[in-house]
Design a protein around this ligand. Structure first.
Ligand code: NCD
Ligand code: ZN
Ligand code: ZN
Length: 344
C-alpha cells in the first residue's frame, strides 16, 4: 500500500504551552488533527474552569485561518481541588482532570501529594462523567526511575480503579508491559494513550553512543521488551489503546543542558511516524481505529467527519524550528527521514 485515507484523527494528549509558543504548536497540530486533549501543566497550572476557558480562547486565537481545530480542555488536580471545582469544570465544557503525582514531570510541583484525600473529587468526577487522566509514576526518591510506572500501578492506580469502578481513567503515555497488561486486565472504563517515541524507541536510543537529550521524555524510555509489548498491543487492534502524542516542546537550550527538560516535540511528524509504525507492523488497516476511533469512543465523543490522506513518500524532519520569540526548538526525529507524508 502506498496511500491510505483515514477519518480525521485526534490527539488525546499533548502540550501546547502558552502565549507566543501557541503560534508554533497549535498550527503544527491543527495541520492533521481535528481535536486534541490539552494538558494543563502550565506555570501556574490550569486548575479551574475559568482558567481553562481563558486558555482555550488563547489556543483558538492561535489557529491558522480557516481551521476548525477544537482544543479539548483539562484541569490540573491539586491537594485543594474541590467537588465544586469539578462541577464548574463540567459546566464549562472541560472534559477531564489530570492527575500528576507531585514532582513526577514537567511543571508538576503544584500537584497532588495525598492520593487518598482525592476520593471525594474522584467520586464527583465519576458522577459527572469527567475523565481522570493519569501521569502514572510514583515519585519517591528511593524508587528506581525505570520502575516508577510499575510501582504506581501497584501502589496507586489499582486502588483508584477498584474504588471508582465507573470512573473513566486514561493511563497516559504508557511505557511498560506492566501498564499494557494492567489496562488489558481492567474493565472497559480503563484505557491508555501511547506516544510515537515509546513505540519507536527504547532506552538504547537514549543512552547508547552518547546521551540523546531529544529522546528524553517522561516516563523515560524503557528496555526493548517493553517497547515490543506496546507494539504488540497496537498491532492487536485493542480498542483500549489510542493515539496520544505527548508532543511537549522545550526550547533547544533547555533540552541540551546539564539538567535537560523531559519532552519530545513530535507534532511535526507524529501522525506520519505512527503510520510508519503500523506499516512496519503490517497492520495499516488498524491505523484508523487507533488514531481516529478508539479515543473518541472512549471519551464518548462523536468520531470526526473529514479524512486525511497519507502517502508513502520520504521527507526529512527539519533539524530545528524557529519560534516566534526567536528561540529554537529541535523537533522529535530531527534531521531523520520519515517514510510517510500527509497529502495536501
Ligand atoms: C511533558 C512536558 O514537558 O510537559 N514531558 C514529558 O516528558 N512527557 C510532561 C508529561 O507529559 O509528563
Ligand atoms: Zn506525563
Ligand atoms: Zn504529557
Amino acid at each position: 500500500m502506498s496511500e491510505i485515507t483515514i477519518q480525521t484523527p485526534d490527539d488525546w494528549h499533548l502540550h501546547f504551552r502558552d502565549n507566543d509558543m501557541l503560534l508554533e504548536t497549535v498550527p503544527a497540530t491543527a495541520r492533521c488533527f481535528q481535536r486534541a486533549i490539552v494538558m494543563p501543566n502550565l506555570v501556574p497550572p490550569i486548575t479551574t474552569a475559568e482558567m481553562a476557558v481563558k486558555y482555550q480562547q488563547r489556543i483558538l486565537a492561535a489557529r491558522p485561518q480557516g481551521s476548525s481545530f477544537e482544543p479539548l480542555m483539562t484541569i490540573y488536580l491539586t491537594n485543594s481541588t474541590s467537588e465544586a471545582d469539578i462541577e464548574a469544570a463540567k459546566s464549562a465544557g472541560v472534559v477531564a482532570a489530570k492527575l500528576y503525582p507531585a514532582g513526577a514531570t514537567t511543571n508538576s510541583d503544584a500537584a497532588v501529594t495525598n492520593l487518598a484525600a482525592m476520593t471525594p473529587v474522584f467520586e464527583k468526577m465519576e458522577e459527572l462523567g469527567l475523565l481522570l487522566l493519569v501521569h502514572g509514576e510514583v515519585t519517591e526518591q528511593h524508587i528506581d526511575i525505570f520502575d516508577r510506572e510499575k510501582v504506581f500501578i501497584e501502589q496507586n492506580l489499582s486502588n483508584i480503579v477498584t474504588r471508582h469502578p465507573n470512573l473513566k481513567v486514561v493511563f497516559e503515555h504508557i511505557t511498560t508491559a506492566d501498564a499494557a497488561d494492567f489496562v488489558l486486565e481492567s474493565s472497559d472504563k480503563v484505557a491508555a494513550t501511547i506516544t510515537p517515541q515509546h513505540l519507536m524507541l527504547n532506552r538504547n536510543d537514549l543512552l547508547v553512543g552518547g546521551i540523546r537529550p531529544h529522546n528524553y521524555c517522561l516516563p523515560v524510555l524503557k528496555r526493548q521488551t517493553h517497547q515490543q509489548r506496546l507494539l504488540d498491543v497496537v498491532q492487536s487492534g485493542s480498542a483500549k489503546f489510542f493515539l496520544g502524542t505527548d508532543s511537549a516542546p522545550h526550547e533547544k537550550h533547555r533540552k541540551e543542558s546539564a539538567c535537560g527538560c523531559a519532552g519530545c516535540y513530535s507534532a511535526w511528524s507524529a501522525i506520519e511516524l505512527y503510520t510508519q509504525v503500523f506499516d512496519e507492523l503490517n497492520v495499516l488497516d488498524k491505523l484508523e481505529a487507533f488514531a481516529s476511533h478508539h479515543g473518541a469512543d472512549f471519551y464518548g465523543l462523536p468520531r470526526n467527519n473529514g479524512t486525511i490522506t497519507l502517502v508513502k513518500e520520504d521527507w526529512q524532519v527539519p533539524a530545528q524550528i524557529k519560534l516566534p520569540g526567536g528561540d529554537d526548538i529541535v523537533p522529535f526525529y530531527a534531521g531523520k527521514t520519515v517514510h510517510w507524508k500527509v497529502k495536501g
